[in-house]
Design a protein around this ligand. Sequence first.
Ligand code: THU
Length: 160
Amino acid sequence: MASTIEIHIRVDVLDPAELTAPERQAMQLAQEAANDAYAPYSNFLVGAALVLEDGSMFKGSNQENAAYPSGLCAERTALFALSAHHPNKKIKLLAVTARRREEMQFLPAMPCGACRQVMAEYEHKQKETIPVLLQAADGKFYRFKNVADLLPFQFNKEHL
Ligand code: THU
């Protein structure tokens, strides 16, 4: 008899007023980071912010390239830069937002598959979950309790 695996993922859908103070600050930094995006090809500005264990924050934005695949998403830009500058600082929160150039309203920022894989790597490495806060439609936010919920059946070093 075939068995089935069912996956239930809990995602909090929040209004701005329901964010915690660190979440609000991280989302604000992500919004500022989006302003620094180098996105002359897509005009889609993405900002990511990381809250670290010492309370400091780190940001990244998407960096595009005339050779399109050479560009990098905001999430990976932030994570790789953090890991290069502060390889041992643990991440307590990751926030992501996006908007189109010339439009002020923030748009749903769902991390791409490659970014989810990279997020999973650092969650695994630090042996502590990384909550993820994503800009959602209509000014709301999605709160995931960890990266694993964004990438079920993930491949990581345990599989090597
Ligand atoms: N982008 C990100 O920065 N993060 C994502 O998770 C999705 C996509 C960027 C890549 C590219 O510069 C632009 O958005 C359009 O795909």
